[in-house]
Design a protein around this ligand. Sequence first.
Ligand SMILES: Cc1ncc(COP(=O)(O)O)c(C=O)c1O
Length: 403
Amino acid sequence: MEDKLSSVAKSFAPSPIQELSHLAQRCNAINLAEGFPDFPAPSHIKSAAISAIHSDFNQYRHAPGICDLLANIMKQIHGLDVNPLTDIAICCGQSEAFAAAAFAIIDKGDEVVLFDPCYETYEGCIKMAGGVPVYVALDPPQWTLDPNKFINSFTGRTKAVVLNSPHNPTGKVFTKDELEIIAGECRTRNCLAITDEVYEHITFNSEKHISLASFPGMQERTIITSSLSKTFSVTGWRVGWAIAPAFIASAIRNIHTKLTDSAPAPFQEAALTALGSPPEYFESLRSDYESRRDYIVNLLTRVGFKIQFKPQGALFLFAELPENCKLSDVDYVKMLIQTAGVVAVPGRGFFHTHLSREKFSLGGYSYQERYIRFAFCKSDQTLASAAKRLGELIDATGCLNPQ
Ligand SMILES: Cc1ncc(COP(=O)(O)O)c(C=O)c1O
């Protein structure tokens, strides 16, 4: 009966990364793989959710007020004029907002430009909508955007560009100049943009997140997607949004209604409290993550990883394998699980462009097989336990011994 599956479903094969996840569970490994916090969510918003349940906000619901708060935030932070009545669709997390956005704008054969490496879910949504992903490789080790590569990726069939900044997996925050290039090309080619801004409040040092929609002529062609998940450490609540010109937001709302009807009612109520958090909340989110970023950078540098790019935002470190290490990313992670009891994600799952074997290669591996993603959205205790386990495996040369 398997032939009854759709061709899209058949194309979503389980990845080797899932096998590693099972191995990690069997070995009870410390989890630095998944991008969700293992520390408690803020108590002011948990109380709001509990109180919403007790107040019986337990049915299908489109909570009034969230769109007003989001419109105010967009004005304050990005100077954007967003109409709360027409320009916002509340969805089940950024994931559903992105999927609904893809269904709203992509027709069969439309091409969508993405940057590589990138977060895994975009491709699946684009394909389910009938679109064709076209990847533009960012250049390691700084993950810079090559304007020529970007410009050459457009064809007469390009419908949209997907931009995720701050970026998963690298922690890159796209520069103003890079954003200007992206905006310029969208305007020239009359293309849309879908942005994923879930890490908008997690930037380090002097980096600041700039929304692509704030560039001249871009708000009218940009779908901003984001959510509560990362900013408020509530990835399981599934409340997110798309902000777009009214005709697109309306299409996204219609699709959202057909897919899921509404985001979880009590958590929409709690979103009112979350989005109204005082500035100190966002400041401490940023500084706590910056300390965790510094901790993991120091830890992995000490055990021999090559860290040429320190994350500027988000909550991942994309670390290059030690110079003398002959293992691939997948084998290295297997070794980490089995000998250190620590799990992270092999980098290859984030790459889609042709694996280049000439440049940057070592031991026959392309650069796409030489990175490992470590999530640092973990408690001090988890990070310290990982440091202890990794420290116990350091050999006389000061590097992790992969035997
Ligand atoms: C770049 C990026 N976008 C979106 C998501 C998922 O967001 P949500 O929980 O709002 O669906 C993640 C989760 O890891 C992510 O890393």
